[in-house]
Design a protein around this ligand. Structure first.
Ligand code: H2U
Ligand code: ZN
Length: 347
């Protein structure tokens, strides 16, 4: 009989209706978490050359205010514009193109140049959550914005240009590709079962208790059964909330705790400032009803077995199917076993 710890197998991702490949027989050797001495982080609290620090000038000449909490500005090099034509000029079915309108913003999480979410106390992460909520409402209320994507790209490895703690928002008229997939999957599940897909999934994960690495009253953090990235995680609201603005005070505080927990554990995994792309998937803002939408966040980190060894999606994965060696259960066990006290503060 198929043994998921031993035999090559496929796993199904019900959120995207896609399969992934798992090859556990290649990773049965014991955990060899290599800890490399990454150079100590010597960033100053204020960097006069940083375009995100308070009071500094950005490219294009705008000057940041002397902000003390979070700070949001319109991206000076936005990927989307609010006033672009929206028609579909070519009616050939094989040459489709559509104008896409949108607004892109940058969010500084803190005035402190030397921090990351992992170094921020939950009480300092909370204002970041409130800012995400405000921005979702502000952008989502515009008639041409159908979806607000909140995300963070962290680390040079992820192409992040600046270590100052910050994230981005890209909001668009139409649904991003990943959202399109999740709409179909969550809608069909809700129609068939009368409950959100992630509510059922969470209940079953709680029962199995194999892949959960942290949980509090309002949030659960787990390595999803169908994870592709070695230490990929999914944060799910215990209640089927639909968006960040939907969250009440207690849920926002609990989310700050969950974000703190997951980012500290990530840093502790290889004793390095852990790179990732993360973002929230919330209900669209096009005015339709989304009773089936269940708020969640994905963390996609590329690191594999040390601060420098990175997973690349190449070869078979580009041409066939994404694949992993260590199982989601092994990854969850490693993350769960780590201290929730940041390694730079251990002594
Ligand atoms: P990363 O988070 O991936 O590093 O991107 C930073 C964003 O900041 C990027 O989208 C914007 C870039 O366009 N930016 C400004 O808006 N103003 C600047 O002065 C430099 C960078
Ligand atoms: Zn800075």
């Amino acid at each position: 009989m198929l043994n998921l710890d031993e035999h090559p197998h496929r796993r199904y991702n019900p959120l995207t209706n896609e399969w992934i490949l798992v090859s556990p027989h290649r990773a049965r050797r014991p955990w060899q978490g290599q800890v490399e001495d990454t150079p100590p982080d010597t960033r100053p609290a204020y960097d006069p050359t940083c375009y995100l620090c308070p009071g500094n000038e950005r490219a294009g000449g705008k000057v940041n205010p002397a902000y003390s909490g979070t700070f949001v500005f319109d991206n000076d090099f936005p990927a989307l514009l609010a006033d672009t034509p929206t028609d579909e000029p070519d009616d050939h079915p094989l040459f489709r193109a559509q104008g896409e309108r949108g607004i892109c913003r940058v969010i500084c999480f803190s005035p402190r140049h030397d921090l990351t979410l992992a170094h921020m106390a939950p009480g300092d992460i909370r204002p970041v959550i409130d800012t995400w909520a405000e921005q979702t409402l502000d952008l989502g209320s515009r008639d041409f914005i159908g979806y607000v994507q909140v995300f963070e790209n962290k680390g040079a490895m992820m192409g992040c240009s600046n270590p100052h703690p910050h994230g981005q928002i890209w909001s668009t008229t139409r649904m991003p590709r990943e959202i399109d997939k999740e709409i179909i999957a969550q809608r069909d599940y809700f129609k068939a079962h009368g409950i959100t897909l992630l509510a059922d999934y969470l209940a079953e994960e709680q029962r199995r208790a194999e892949r959960i690495l942290y949980a509090n009253e309002h949030w659960t953090v787990l390595v999803p059964f169908w994870a592709i990235w070695p230490f990929e995680t999914l944060l799910v609201s215990n209640r089927p909330a639909q968006s960040i603005p939907d969250l009440d005070e207690a849920e926002r505080d609990a989310l700050a705790n969950a974000l703190h927990q997951v980012t500290v554990r990530y840093d502790n995994l290889f004793r390095t400032s852990f790179p990732y792309s993360m973002g929230f998937h919330q209900q669209p803002t096009d005015g339709a009803d989304y009773p089936y939408w269940h708020l969640h966040a994905h963390f996609y980190p590329p690191l594999l077995r040390s601060a420098t060894v990175k997973k690349h999606m190449v070869g078979y994965e580009m041409l066939g199917t994404p694949q992993r060696d260590i199982t989601a259960e092994q990854a969850a066990a490693h993350l769960r076993s780590l201290s929730d006290r940041h390694y730079t503060r251990e002594n």
